[in-house]
Design a protein around this ligand. Structure first.
Ligand code: C2E
Ligand code: CA
Ligand code: CA
Length: 494
């Protein structure tokens, strides 16, 4: 219906128009609000999702989707609490892939990743419901066995795991497989909390690993201190050389015929920042298990030659004074040692004739033609080769004949036995043998005058031991050289 508006209606219309406008704006506003609200809701759920994802991520391993270390520990703590009430036993397995790094390096990281995924599927398929498999670090897995009724049951599982991993996985055309070392905690509850149980399983794994690849070991308390301290030492040892924590001490070897110091044996000490001084008997065997022994050996050789050269330059020692350096059998593999010695002598300026090497009888077990040839070449250059710890190992006279040895160092256990029956006779036996073979003899480990005097009476010329002087830091050894006891003399040809 049309209606004629009059002038007076205009105001009214204006009001209506305003209302409509307000309504429309209001509606828009409302819509906007609504949209905002929706957006807010979206945001919130997105955030929730992200938070959930984040939570999942912090509790799971992204590659395999397995629980990670954190989640495993959480599970384990929970399971321990529940099973304790039910009287069930929880066992924990710690698995470490042997040489996984090698897979990554030779086939690439993709293959490595896929291998880990395939392996986790395999492992997961062996487990019973309730058991939990987790990836606790790069190439380490843990298994929680919820109701382990007996050690035998756990051993069965271990056998199953081994069997299933014995088959190689086919990944991108490569046949990939690895051994696993396993550590077992039979009764996690006895280890207190989850962290301790997992740590102890890991410790047992390290022990298994030491015994060879693809082994397993059940945790015993004795393992803990032994393996753990060894492990941290090993990683510390890597840094020790750079940080100059390895010190070379020098123990005088006396020439009794001249009443003087003939030379020094270089003995390594590790000045650990936390543990203090660590004896070589603790860290040399560790270093020998890894390529570290080469680095350590080079360092000791270089430092010994440098130090002797410093004394020579300062004029505190006779030109005959020698330094003898212990060389581990592993340093004799290949011909690297000869090249190294040449470089060190060149760098320090020390004449070859002032260096001696001490090898042990264990070298005789691994000697190859090339080792003998290298030692002979060194000997020809004037570097003395000494047989250390003589009488304790495997040396047969026949073997001795093949090696270019100039000196037998009688092991200190013979000196310790001197006061018992035959003790002295054994030493004179060795002295006779040496005379026959035209070898010089050094007696080490002389601790008392009751040993010292009989040794002198038997005609032992070269003596070393606490009774005469202990291993000394370089500065003290330098002082010792200028003390009255140490009249510089000639060392003779030893
Ligand atoms: P070793 O070659 O038989 O060295 C002699 C050991 O006897 C040294 O022990 C020395 O401190 C100790 N000693 C000295 N006088 C006496 C004594 O009167 N009585 C007794 N009971 N012992 C005495 P240290 O310094 O603890 O070295 C132990 C072993 O570690 C050495 O035995 C040697 O085989 C090895 N070693 C030390 N430094 C090095 C190194 O730089 N390289 C290698 N490969 N082995 C090293
Ligand atoms: Ca020695
Ligand atoms: Ca010795």
């Amino acid at each position: 219906e049309t209606r004629k508006f009059e002038e007076s209606d205009l105001d009214y219309l204006q009001i209506v128009a305003n209302h409509v406008a307000v309504a429309i704006t209001g509606h828009r506003l409302y819509e906007e609000l609504d949209q905002d609200h929706q957006r807010l809701k979206d945001n919130i759920s997105r955030r929730e999702r992200a938070e959930n994802q984040l939570y999942f991520n912090t509790m799971h391993d992204l590659l395999t989707g397995l629980p990670n270390r954190r989640q495993f520990l959480k599970h384990l703590n929970h399971t321990l609490a529940v099973t304790r009430k039910r009287g069930q036993n929880v066992a924990v397995l710690f698995l470490d892939l042997n040489r996984f790094k090698l897979i990554n390096e030779s086939f690439g990281h993709n293959v490595g990743d896929e291998f880990l995924v395939a392996l986790s599927r395999k492992l997961d398929s062996i487990l019973r419901p309730g058991d939990i498999l987790a990836r606790v670090s790069g190439d380490e897995f843990a298994i929680l066995i919820e109701d382990a009724k007996s050690p035998a049951e756990v051993e069965y599982l271990v056998a199953d795991i081994r069997e299933s991993l014995a088959q190689p996985a086919l990944i991108e055309g490569h046949e990939v497989f690895t051994h696993v070392s396993m550590g077992i905690v039979m009764s996690a509850a006895e280890h207190g909390d989850a962290e301790t149980a997992l740590r102890d399983a890991e410790t047992a794994m390290y022990r298994a690993k030491q015994e060879g690849k693809g082994r397993h070991a059940v945790f015993t308390p004795e393992m803990h201190s032994a393996v753990k301290s060894q492990l941290s030492l090993e990683s510390d040892l890597h840094k020790a050389i750079q940080r100059r924590e390895l010190l070379v001490y020098f123990q005088p070897i006396f020439d009794m015929s001249a009443n003087s110091i003939a030379g020094f044996e270089a003995l390594t000490r590790w000045n650990h920042p936390v543990r203090g001084s660590i004896p070589p008997s603790e860290f040399i065997p560790l270093a020998e298990e890894s390529p570290l022994i080469h680095e350590l050996g080079t360092y000791v050789l270089a430092e010994s030659c440098r130090q002797l050269m410093e004394w020579r330059n300062r004029g505190v020692c006779s030109p005959d004074l020698f330094v003898t350096v212990n060389v581990s059998p592993r340093q004799l593999e290949g011909t690297g040692l000869a090249t190294e010695i040449t470089a060190i002598l060149d760098n320090t300026g020390l004449p070859a004739g002032n260096l001696r090497l001490e090898i042990t009888e264990s070298v005789l077990m691994v000697q190859s033609e090339s080792t003998v040839a290298m030692l002979s070449a060194l000997r020809e250059r004037g570097i003395g080769i000494w047989m250390d710890d003589f009488g304790t190992g495997y040396s047969s006279l026949q073997n001795l004949e093949h090696l270019p040895i100039s000196v037998l160092k009688i092991d200190r256990t013979f000196v310790q036995r001197m006061e018992r029956a035959y003790g002295t006779k054994l030493i004179s036996g060795i002295l006779n043998l040496a005379r026959t073979l035209d070898l010089e003899v050094v007696v080490e480990g002389v601790e008392s005058d009751r040993q010292f005097h009989p040794l002198l009476a038997m005609g032992c010329r070269f003596l070393q031991g606490h009774y005469l002087a202990s291993p000394l830091p370089a500065s003290l050894a330098g002082d010792f050289l200028s003390s009255p006891l140490a009249v510089p003399g000639t060392a003779g040809d030893i």
